[in-house]
Write a protein that binds this ligand. Structure first.
Ligand SMILES: [Zn+2]
Length: 464
């Protein structure tokens, strides 16, 4: 519990000389457990900020402020000290080096500071507060100084929100119009109503599209930068694709976390939309970066292409070096397509014009003649007997199985089962092994009835 006691209430001063510059002198004595950390001067008062200490050690989260009115010399106190009780000892049993070593094992990044502190509360603890610099900003790890165990790790970077304009998931699906074409990246090719204004969450305060779950990389002068964090561009502007990539990846990670997963590619995913002119995109596991090409329709103008590539990053984060066999590689392509569909479900109408199973409806206008324009579909009738030995083609067998799982148990449940199961796939898995793992996962998470539905989807493909 945090004590917030207002000791004296200052009234609104009506006749104050704002240019006064009077230094406050009279003020009540401070409690002994405080250490002055900052003095701030404002128009009306001088503000003294203190850290709470206990036997000389900082008390985490505790604060104390004294605001001295320049005119009246009257002090107002905000007492945010937190009671310390039940503290067994103020001498650590664990050495600083051991606490640091424990954090090194759990947090990727450089250690910046380690301080012996008190974690207050009814069962107060002596702890080490260890700050590390990671690729998504600084994090603080609290290590029990008695047992050496990690109590918690917390993000200390300030997060901000911005706004952006995006296609959701793409103009063909949102406008139900298969006749749209790229027209060399012209704004005029896509009606204004295809744009949706969205909230961009989890940004840092740099003014770049850099946040907790996605980070746009590339030559600095080409990166979108908005001090006010309003990233509102149209498609002819190359920064538009950067907003699409940031938004698509961040939304996917937030959905993954809503499903309960805290450790599925939970990082600032590096991504670039600059400098690759092919009509293709790729995820590179050796640099952990996604690159979107700008040939045809710019790939990052279609959120389903963004989610396909993110699918590769997700699997690589779950199983290092995933996809070393033909079946594993096929599952990789299949999952990306299916993940794109899963992310599109709440955004697009599943109609005859733009079926939900059709992936990359906008991107595919550049290289397909038939409608609906699809990079691939997740609802083909291909079975194991039809395989051709190419990962994108054979992947359609697996993605159809996952499509049936989605149809049988719904979006959230199918996503939970598939993501959970993938943690246990081997890098060189076969279809049958991965299917068995998925069925067993469905049983453990949701019970026999659901597991039977999942199994039926793989049996229908000839996988089980
Ligand atoms: Zn792929």
């Amino acid at each position: 519990m945090r004590l917030r006691r207002l000791v004296a209430v200052a009234c609104c001063a009506s006749a104050v000389s704002l240019s006064g510059g009077v230094v406050a002198q009279a003020s009540p004595p401070e409690p002994a457990d405080l250490q002055l950390v900052a003095t701030r001067d404002s128009l009306l008062a001088t503000h003294y900020w203190y850290a709470q200490t206990f036997e000389g050690k900082p008390v985490l989260g505790g604060y104390y402020a004294k605001h001295v009115d320049k005119r009246t010399k009257r002090a107002t106190v905000q007492d945010g000290r937190i009671p310390v009780s039940g503290l067994a000892s103020t001498t650590p049993s664990v050495a600083t080096e051991r606490a640091d070593a424990t954090v090194d094992q759990q947090v990727a990044g450089d250690r910046a500071a380690t301080e012996l502190s008190v974690l207050p509360g009814p069962q107060s603890k002596l702890v080490y507060a260890v700050v590390s610099r990671t690729d998504r900003g600084s994090v603080r790890t609290i290590v029990d100084a008695a047992s050496g165990e990690v109590i918690k790790t917390e993000d200390i970077v300030k997060r901000a929100e911005g706004t952006g304009k995006v296609f959701a998931p793409n103009p063909v699906a949102s406008l139900q119009n298969e006749a749209l074409t790229d027209q060399d990246d012209a704004d005029a090719a896509v009606p204004a109503k295809a744009y949706k204004k969205v909230r961009l969450s989890d940004l840092d305060t740099s003014g770049y599209l850099s946040g907790k779950y996605a980070k746009l990389v590339g030559p600095t002068e080409q990166l979108a930068f908005q001090k006010n964090r309003k990233f509102e561009y149209t498609r002819a502007d190359d920064r538009f694709e950067q907003v699409m990539a940031y938004s698509g990846i961040t939304d996917a990670q937030r959905y993954i976390q809503r499903l309960g997963f805290k450790d599925v590619n939970n990082e600032a995913q590096d991504v670039t939309t600059i400098g690759f002119e092919d009509d293709n995109s790729y995820y590179d596991p050796s640099t952990d970066q996604i690159t979107f090409g700008t040939g045809g329709v710019d790939d990052a103008e279609d959120a389903e292409i963004i989610w396909h590539e993110l699918g590769h990053a997700i699997q690589d984060a779950q199983v290092p070096n995933f996809g070393q066999s033909l079946d594993g590689g096929s599952i990789g392509e299949a999952f990306g397509d299916w993940w794109a569909m899963i992310m599109s479900v709440p955004l697009q109408k599943d109609s005859a014009t733009t079926p939900i199973a059709c992936i990359g409806d906008w991107d595919a206008t550049a290289y397909t003649d038939d409608t609906p324009h699809c990079l691939r579909r997740t609802d083909t009738d291909l079975k194991v007997a039809d395989r051709e030995g190419e990962v994108h083609f054979d992947g359609q067998i697996w993605s159809r199985a996952l499509f049936d799982v989605y149809k049988a148990v719904g979006r959230d449940e199918s996503a939970r089962i598939v993501l959970e199961a993938q943690f246990s796939y081997t890098p060189d898995t076969t279809f049958a092994q991965a299917a068995e793992t998925t069925v067993a996962t469905a049983k453990a998470l949701c019970g026999n009835r659901t597991a039977d539905k999942v199994k039926a989807a793989f049996v229908a493909r000839g996988i089980l």
